[in-house]
Write a protein that binds this ligand. Structure first.
Ligand SMILES: *Cc1c(COP(=O)(O)O)cnc(C)c1O
Length: 231
C-alpha cells in the first residue's frame, strides 16, 4: 500500500508534467481506484485529482455507497445490462456506454440527468468492449432519443504496447490521433444532447502520448497508487 505522502508526490508530479506537455490547456486527472482501499482513494482526492473511477459496480458500492468522494465518481468498466439495477445512481458518470441496450436501460433507470461517455474500441481488439470508430457518430446522433442522458465524451482504452519498438509506438500514437480526430468530428456536429467535453484517453503506460494527442482526461491507477495489489 502506498503512503499518503507518496500519493501526494505522484499526483503533483503528474500535474507538473501535464503542464509541460499541454501548457494551459486543462487536462483532468482521474484516480482509478479499483482494488484500492477507500483510505488510499481519499488520499488521492485530497491530493487534488479531478475524478475517481471504478471498474466494478459492486466494488464501488462497497467503497462509496455510504459516503461518496467529493469529486465526481465515474464508472469506467464494462457495465453488464443485468447489473444496471444495482446502484447506477451512485455514479455521476458512466464512461463505458457501448450499446443501444445499455443506453436504453440507463435512460430508463436513471433518477436524473446522467452524464455518459461512449466507449470506443479504437484498436479493434476482440477482447475489448466499445464501438468501432465508424459506429460512433451514428450512435451519438441516435442518442437524441435518450432524454435523460447527456453524452459528455468519448472514452477509450488503447491497445497495450506489445513491445518497445518504434513501429509499436507509432501504431499506438496513430490510434490516439484517430480518437482525437473522431472526437473533434463528433463535437463539430453540435448536437445539444452531446456536448462531448471530454476525450478520456491515457492510462499509466501511455498517458503522456495521450495528452500530446489532445486527451482531456487521463485515468491513472498504478502511477498514483503503485503496482496493483495481488488478490
Ligand atoms: C484499470 C484501468 C485504468 C487505469 O490503469 P493503470 O494502468 O493502472 O493506470 C484506466 N482505465 C480503465 C478502463 C481501467 O480499467
Amino acid at each position: 500500500m502506498s503512503s499518503r505522502a507518496l500519493i501526494f508526490d505522484r499526483v503533483s508530479a503528474v500535474r507538473e508534467r501535464i503542464g509541460e506537455i499541454a501548457g494551459s490547456r486543462p487536462v483532468d486527472v482521474m484516480a482509478v481506484t479499483k482494488y484500492r482501499t477507500r483510505e488510499e482513494a481519499l488520499w488521492a482526492v485530497e491530493a487534488g485529482v479531478d475524478a475517481v473511477g471504478e471498474n466494478r459496480i459492486q466494488e464501488a458500492r462497497d467503497k462509496w455507497a455510504e459516503e461518496k468522494p467529493r469529486v465526481p465518481l465515474h464508472a469506467i468498466g464494462h457495465v453488464q445490462t443485468n447489473k444496471v439495477k444495482y446502484g447506477i445512481n451512485l455514479f455521476d458518470s458512466i464512461d463505458s456506454v457501448d450499446s443501444d441496450k445499455l443506453g436504453d436501460l440507463l435512460n430508463q433507470k436513471s433518477e436524473q440527468s446522467l452524464a455518459v461517455m461512449v466507449e470506443v474500441n479504437v484498436g479493434g481488439e476482440e477482447t475489448k468492449s466499445g464501438l468501432t470508430p465508424d459506429q460512433v457518430l451514428p450512435f451519438i446522433s441516435a442518442a437524441a432519443r435518450w432524454d435523460r442522458l447527456r453524452i459528455s465524451g468519448l472514452m477509450t482504452v488503447l491497445p497495450a504496447l506489445r513491445e518497445n519498438s518504434v513501429e509499436e509506438t507509432r501504431r499506438i500514437r496513430q490510434h490516439m490521433q484517430e480518437m482525437a480526430d473522431l472526437w473533434r468530428m463528433c463535437r463539430s456536429e453540435g448536437f445539444p444532447w452531446a456536448p462531448l467535453e471530454h476525450l478520456s484517453m491515457g492510462m499509466t503506460g501511455d498517458w503522456e502520448w495521450a495528452v500530446e494527442a489532445g486527451s482531456t482526461m487521463i485515468r491513472l491507477g498504478a502511477l498514483i497508487f503503485g503496482p496493483r495489489p495481488m488478490k
